[in-house]
Design a protein around this ligand. Structure first.
Ligand code: GLY
Length: 357
């Protein structure tokens, strides 16, 4: 991404000096008034901006268009991620997501609305293809933030969501292949030897800032493929899978949730931006923290992680970035330059990536 050089130097210098550039938004305002701190960054960069994981290219275009027509930023990005949730070909999200070890699709999602400082989330939700909308309903209609399992499903049905079978034939076949390979001595026959067992921690995260500087964030996933029933990743954890603060910006993640939960990565990224770091710097610091907090069994002898984790950050002034441990990651962006994929920054060259264990 292009970062205004003067702004980059200013924020880098401030971060290096350990200065706080914190500003506090006045309730109900977009730009917010600084309280006893330097003024918020001027809107010198293009806004609106919408960013997402690389599977969100269609979604960022949709959200950007909606924001341009005056939509609320959270409504816009939820509509953006709904495209993937309802796409049976995306096996990391919603309908067609890879199931748990028992062949049951369990979905997680959370969202935050910057202007009103509200959040909602659901975890281990079964039978409803759009957990992002259920998370938003929790936010809009209840005094709670997180509903799980049968309670989340009951709530969704009461709110008028329709139950459906989320396990597509393609995902069921993948599950059967995984199951057959688990134990050579069980009663399941092996399928085709060449077939690669899919393994996914795919997810979609999307973040937006409007022309007037209001921010929102959402993350939705079917979670880790073949997980233990009831396993919940980072996506529905506010502060881990996504987070936003209307006076600073938004952030989120995709990839191995267990690695992110321990550092509250989305919250940490927003806090680093609050301290004055540019999104790119903030995310690199978060990636470093993830690795510092990773148990030895998940690192090779050079300290390189065996897993993938991807972070995304969008500052209130329109700057944005994405970071991953290894070279080669991309993310989706929509701005006045259109919708496109851009390269993520990274800690390690791709040749340093160890073979998955
Ligand atoms: N980041 C998605 C998950 O770990 O469930």
């Amino acid at each position: 991404m292009s970062i205004d050089r003067r702004e980059f130097l200013r924020t880098s210098a401030a971060a290096a000096a350990g200065l706080s550039l914190t500003s506090v938004a006045a309730p109900g305002t977009a730009e917010g008034a600084a309280v006893g701190e330097p003024a918020p960054l001027k809107a010198s960069l293009a806004r609106p901006v919408v960013i997402a994981s690389d599977n969100g290219l269609r979604g960022v275009a949709k959200a950007y268009e909606m924001i341009g027509k005056g939509s609320d930023p959270l409504d816009a990005i939820v509509a953006g991620v709904n495209i993937q949730e309802l796409d049976p070909e995306d096996q990391s999200v919603g309908l067609g997501g890879l199931p748990n070890e028992e062949g049951v699709v369990q979905l997680d999602a959370s969202c935050m609305h910057g202007p009103t400082r509200r959040a909602g989330a659901v975890a281990s939700l079964e039978g409803i293809a759009t957990p992002s909308l259920v998370a938003k309903a929790v936010m809009d209609y209840t005094d709670h933030i997180l509903l799980v399992g049968p309670g989340a499903k009951k709530f969704a049905l009461n709110m008028g969501f329709k139950e459906q079978n989320l396990l597509t034939e393609k995902s069921r076949q993948d599950w059967l292949r995984w199951k057959a390979r688990l134990n050579a001595n069980d009663n399941w026959l092996d399928h085709d030897d060449d077939i690669k067992i899919k393994f996914s921690t795919g997810t979609i995260n999307m973040n937006a800032v409007t022309a007037t500087g209001d921010v929102a964030s959402v993350t939705t996933t079917s979670g880790l493929a073949w997980k233990l029933p009831g396993r919940v990743g980072d996506s529905p954890i506010v502060g881990a899978g996504q987070y936003c603060d209307n006076s600073v910006g938004a952030a989120g993640s995709t990839g191995r949730g267990e690695a992110n939960i321990k550092v509250c990565g989305a919250f940490l990224a927003v806090e680093f931006m609050r301290q004055g770091m540019a999104p790119e710097q903030a995310l690199m610091k978060v990636m470093e923290r993830v690795i510092a907090m990773t148990e030895k069994r998940l690192l090779n002898d050079r300290g390189r992680p065996y897993f993938d984790l991807h972070f995304y950050a969008l500052a209130k002034d329109g700057r944005y970035s994405s970071a991953t441990a290894y070279q080669g990651g991309q993310f989706a962006v929509a701005s006045d330059k259109g919708a496109r994929l851009e390269d993520s920054v990274y800690l390690f060259k791709s040749e340093e990536r160890p073979a998955r264990r």
